[in-house]
Design a protein around this ligand. Sequence first.
Ligand SMILES: [Zn+2]
Length: 133
Amino acid sequence: MIFKKAKLERHISLKKDVRNSILSFCKMKHPNEGILILKGKSKKGHIIVDGLVIPPFSYSDPTFAGFPQSFLPLDLDYVGIVHSHPSGSANPSITDLHNFFGLVSLIVQSPYEEADIFAWDSNGNQLSMTVID
Ligand SMILES: [Zn+2]
């Protein structure tokens, strides 16, 4: 018997005001990377991002942004992180995949316009994303 394993396709819904806050935050942090925690809900592979948290003790430079996860209060509303790539490519780096946090990683490439946000899973596969009101 061969069971065809249904691949769980994740889909991201990003609230418009959250999207706008992410873009202004990235612009403000430029030329350094910016990093934020995504809050939201996840149901059967559908992830709704509806809030942001500034991580405690975050640090960043032009090629890296991170935060000590041990300082993070346990909160089940955290669905992932978003960070910027001032260099202009939204592809996740090896470091990004090693430091994956939560269910989804959003990466914003310079110049941080509406079409510059991309969603990735922990394997570096791109996820579909829509912006909702
Ligand atoms: Zn990165």
